[in-house]
Design a protein around this ligand. Structure first.
Ligand code: ADQ
Length: 748
């Protein structure tokens, strides 16, 4: 055997031992992090609902304890939860609570007043059990048992194992390559090369200034392992805030500013009657959600300039810094001709895609001419986006159904871009989607994205089903990804939300003051009861059904006549479209009919305030209300429901919420109704105005805890973190492929 080959075998042995040791070490470290994280999260979860637990444990109220535990175990990592009496008896537990861990069985572990944590295996799954006592002035009221599903930790362990094995493979390949080089060169130069590679991979300086061909690769692997570890620890470190989002962007995405693409702009400059200019925030869920994210991340927001004074406000490059006075990011306006706006916005987007995606009984209209405009406007925005970015691998956030084609157009121009697309409205089932003559083009366009997000898993499933039906693409259900033409798109659910803590809520007066001023403004009697609705005038929002429920309420409960008033804040929307004009007329006629039936003296049961109100006005009404009714017939999420919760820091007010909203999946403590069922919805309104203050507070606390945790920074943070992971994997394989190619060429 020649000397180099003789040396190679022991070297491979040493590398194998090193790889095993590294895997073992990394696994022990990450395992310890996960366990610490689980303990902290358990303590925080119980502390967050401490008051409610204390009350229900004290009264041994099994039903309410059950509801609280159900709310807690909505966290995807919690496999089950139980509440134990101080005696060790089980008071309540979730349906999914694994057998064999009941309070009676835990026995000795629950004997102290300190929290305890241990690992176990249940039903073949690794779990971590946390037992957290609930104390009151030194007295033990009971304990909460949380069983965490640790399968994800096992996945991470395997990932670390794979990464280490990958490193071993790479180093082994390098060793083989070096063997070959040694055959060609001298023993001395071989050992020199080996020393250089190994030393440099550990960060030591090379003997000479030349960089070995493998040094950047090994340095990358080291950096990626470090990033993986730091990402994991960050991912589980406390609530999402603007600061944490910024930090994620900086560390995981190296501080690259993001470029956002949307139709609606966050600020419009509008000319006023007296010749001045005012800045307006449009009534749009997309803007509500994305604006605080952009303030945190900075970058450029590209949107259609639709305000009457928009052109006067921009510089030579059609840019203006916003928010006015704060200059946190740049708004880049794109101008459209009236024909383009008609075809792309009113036509294909809002007469085609909007009714196609919402089950609200308005027939979609697809015109070939509208499609042409839609395609050309998408191409224009994609071109502007590729000019606005910095570098060749930017992060572009494409927003909503106006830009289904943009992701692949951006990818054609910038193959290394990370394109995150979010679809803010529902995705219909494949059958329904197939009625669109441009189904294939839309799907192919969207699959230019790196990450594609919807509000709910149901919408993701519908999308995957549509891809399966209409495209020749591979669907990887385990990774929730689609592979088309060798490119992968992750398809995940990211439930959108509002900023928390809410800046607007901070600026608005306390609830009692809001109530006083709204009462005065509407001329309400002292004992009046107030219901509120806030929407764009859109047929998907169920405003007709809402007013019908108010009418039915007054029919069924005569004592509420003269007392119950429903105020509807309604922003005119898409008024150039016939179905929207018909809706406005319907809503007005219905309000007039109810008022005619039940008005008396100064009392009017329905008040319509038709305007795009300032956010502070919206919050003032939400804070003043006894009940907020969100009655959408189909709604991706619905942010008004979450704004109502954010506004109610007084823990009062009841949310009546349509079960056809994405929000109903999170806000379980709302009174959830079918808005088509007027008996059910009017009954829920009656129950809402009669609800005891303690029950209101209890429900509101639970909803506030949920919105606080799953806030808009959580939404954006999860998407960016997923994108960062894909980006990192891509960079690693970019770095690996030339080296592996070189190695195989050398061997070949
Ligand atoms: P939208 O259909 O616009 O959003 P929504 O989520 O309810 O609906 O948000 C509306 C926003 O506009 C809220 O911030 C609300 O306060 C504001 N608004 C409504 N009426 C107003 C009025 N009269 N005056 C002033 N402001 C008003 C789309 C999808 C939703 C999804 C969001 C975000 O249809 O399902 O929740 O995007 O993804």
């Amino acid at each position: 055997m020649r000397a180099p080959v003789r040396l190679l075998l022991p070297l491979l042995g040493v590398l194998a031992v090193l790889a095993w040791a590294a895997t073992f070490l990394l696994n022990s470290m990450t395992r310890a992090w996960f366990e610490r994280d689980v303990a902290t999260r358990s303590r925080l979860a119980v502390a967050g609902a401490r008051d409610a637990f204390a009350a229900h444990l004290a009264s041994a109220d099994r039903r309410r304890l059950g509801a609280l535990l159900d709310a807690m175990s909505r966290d995807e990592h919690i496999a089950g939860a139980a509440a134990c009496a101080p005696s060790g008896a089980t008071l309540a537990r979730t349906r999914t609570f694994p057998g064999g861990l009941e309070c009676e069985v835990l026995g000795a572990s629950v004997a102290t007043t300190r929290d305890a944590h241990f690992s176990a295996v249940r039903d073949g799954r690794a779990v971590r059990v946390s037992i957290v006592p609930v104390m009151d002035d030194g007295d033990l009221l009971g304990r909460v048992v949380l069983v965490h599903d640790m399968t994800y930790a096992a996945h991470r362990d395997r990932a670390v194992g794979r990464l280490t094995a990958g490193m071993f493979g790479i180093v082994a390949a390098l060793a083989a390559l070096l063997t070959y080089l040694m055959q060609r060169f001298s023993w001395r130069s071989w050992t020199h090369e080996l020393r250089r590679v190994l030393f440099m991979s550990r960060g030591a300086r090379p003997e000479r200034s030349t960089r070995g061909p493998f040094q950047p690769l090994l340095a990358d692997v080291h950096r990626l392992v470090a990033e993986l570890a730091s990402d994991e620890s960050r991912a589980s470190s406390g609530p999402w805030t603007a600061e944490r989002l910024q930090a994620t962007l900086e560390r995981s995405l190296h501080g690259e500013g993001v470029v956002v693409l949307s139709n609606r702009e966050p600020y419009l400059h509008e000319r006023t009657a007296d010749g001045g200019v005012k800045v307006v925030r449009p009534a749009s869920g997309l803007v509500t959600a994305l604006e605080p994210v952009m303030r945190a991340c900075s970058g450029t927001w590209i949107a259609h300039g639709s305000g009457s004074a928009d052109r006067d406000a921009v510089d030579r490059d059609d840019r203006v810094s916003v928010p006015p006075g704060e200059d946190a990011y740049v708004l880049r306006r794109v101008w459209l001709s009236p024909e383009e706006e008609q075809g792309y916005y009113y036509g294909f987007s809002n007469e085609g895609l909007w009714p196609l995606c919402h089950a609200a009984h308005v027939r979609p209209t697809f015109r070939a001419a509208d499609w042409q405009h839609y395609a050309s406007v998408n191409a224009r925005f994609a071109e502007v986006a590729s000019r606005e970015v910095e570098g060749s691998d930017p992060i572009v956030l494409v927003q909503d159904y106006h830009f289904a084609l943009a992701p692949s157009l951006i990818r054609d121009r910038l193959p290394r871009a990370t394109v995150i697309t979010f679809w803010h409205i529902p995705w219909p089932n494949a059958e329904r989607f197939g009625t669109c003559p441009f189904a294939k083009e839309l799907l192919t366009g969207m699959l230019g994205s790196t990450v594609l997000g919807f509000h709910t898993q149901l919408h993701c499933n519908n999308f995957l089903e549509s891809v399966e039906r209409f495209l020749e693409a591979r669907i990887d259900r385990e990774r929730q990804a689609v592979v088309l033409g060798g490119r992968e798109t992750l398809v995940r659910s990211y439930p959108i939300s509002v900023e928390w803590p809410s800046e607007v809520a901070r600026r608005v007066a306390p609830a009692a003051d809001c109530r006083r001023s709204v009462w005065a403004e509407l001329g309400l009697a002292r004992d009046a009861l107030l219901g509120v609705g806030v929407d764009r005038l859109d047929y998907t929002k169920g405003i007709v059904e809402r007013l019908q429920a108010v009418e039915r309420l007054l029919e069924r409960f005569p004592r509420l006549r003269g007392r119950f008033t429903f105020v509807q804040l309604a922003a005119p929307s898409r008024s150039l479209i016939e179905s929207y004009r018909a809706l406005e007329a319907n809503v007005e006629a219905l309000a007039a009919r109810i008022n005619e039936r039940y008005a008396s003296g100064t009392y009017r049961p329905v008040v319509l305030l038709r305007a795009n109100h300032a956010a502070e006005v919206v919050f003032r009404f939400l804070r003043a209300a006894d009940v907020c009714y969100v009655s959408s017939l189909d709604d991706g999420m619905n942010l008004v429901a979450k704004e109502f919760v954010a506004a109610r820091d007084d823990h009062r007010g009841v949310l009546v919420l349509s079960r056809f909203t994405g929000a109903a999946r999170e806000l379980r403590e709302a009174l959830v109704v079918n808005p088509y069922d007027l008996e059910e919805s009017s009954g829920a309104l009656a129950a809402a105005v009669r609800m005891r203050a303690e029950e209101q507070a209890e429900r509101m606390r639970a909803m506030r805890a949920s919105v606080a945790e799953l806030n808009v920074y959580h939404w954006a943070g999860r998407m960016l973190t997923d994108a960062a992971r894909v980006r990192r994997d891509g960079r690693l394989s970019d770095r690996l492929s030339p080296v592996l190619r070189a190695a195989s060429e050398v061997h070949g």
